[in-house]
Design a protein around this ligand. Sequence first.
Ligand code: AMP
Length: 436
Amino acid sequence: MKNITTIKGTYDLLPHETEKWREIEDFIHEYMHLHGYGEIRTPAFERTELFVRGVGEETDIVTKEMYSWTDMDKGGTGLTLKPELTAPVVRAYIQHNLGGKSPLQRLYYIDSLFRRERPQKGRQRQFNQFGIEAIGSPHPEQDAEIISMAYFFYQSLGIDSLSVKINSIGSSHIRKPYLALLTNSLTPEIHRFCNTCQTRIDKNPLRLFDCKNDSCQKLLDEFAPMIFDHISDEDKIHFESVVNLLTTMKIPYTHDKKMVRGLDYYTRTTFEVTSSALGAQDALCGGGRYDKLVETLGGNPTPAVGFAAGMERLLLTMSDSDDSDENSTVDIYIAVLFEEAIPVAMVAADEIRRTKGMSVMVETLRRSMKAQMRESNKRKAQYTIIIGEDEYRQNQALIKDMETGQQDNVPISDLSGYFSPDDHHHSDCDCCENSD
Ligand code: AMP
């Protein structure tokens, strides 16, 4: 029978990897807390309509990347695994009237999402993002706060070759005349574009910029007017204020007039933080302002700005020196050489964990003494407790300090009394930091 394996574009995280993930997640929670952002969690699936309306009908996500199905129990409602996290956050913002509770909501999330893309390095079908949304402020300092949070996040993790790409695609009212101009400029050449671009030109020509086809990108360079050259004076002032604030904060940026980002909801600022350490998929995170989305999804007109950052890509930039141990480690390994001693070993293990906060593993494979000592070494145990038949009969166990080689005989009934909480030697865990 053929083995059942993960679906293409999805993967398992094994214990030696989850440790690294948890460290990053802890760092994110701490970082967001330092900036006064509160965590929000939304469901794994939503009504399809949320993404069609929110992300945009002609976007890559909605036209070809969503995992959708019809829920017959609900009278045929279209449902979709979330392919994007801003629309659900805005849905929750409206549903819970968060705007009524505070004029500015600063929210963040860490979450999984699902897109039917062509899997490659740094691009999966189920992947993880963390991100922030500041809903309520129209001012450039809010854009600057968001961009600086993204930039300094990566900087504080020691990731180098960082750069911010920024652009403005203007307010929503300049979109219509610009799109007409774009269509007029590209129509004579449209037969030279790919099939997708050819169908998009009539429906949403801005989405031609998302095309991953090199020859389409070259044609755009040659024939497309840039949206930045058609934004309003107010939009330009907003953009200048944002980049001036970046300069003040010593954040290097380049103005990329071609960057429109692949979602319909953006207005004014769009940006990406990139690292040349990443290769072809060089965007660590992307975001921008979306002043119309709350209204589009049925809320009161409310300006907003945010970013979403790929967790996998972050870990890719950090995993160059991945020599992490495949096995989880423990403070104490209890080697049991005699079947009748198993229950007392298990009771003692529990008591040590509970009263001393040390991690303990008990042998459950009934192996030879030699194999159990090897296991203890592999787990980097600081102590091995050995319970043999003779010792057991005398209510004794041998405790061996694996570093110094010192051995002590201790009554089995009081194994936990041997250890003081200071013995617990996890590196950088909260319980150690807090114990005085
Ligand atoms: P987006 O939601 O498309 O703006 O993407 C924001 C960030 O999420 C990107 O900069 C990537 O770091 C990450 N990302 C997007 N799509 C994928 C994917 N299919 N697999 C892994 N990471 C992704």
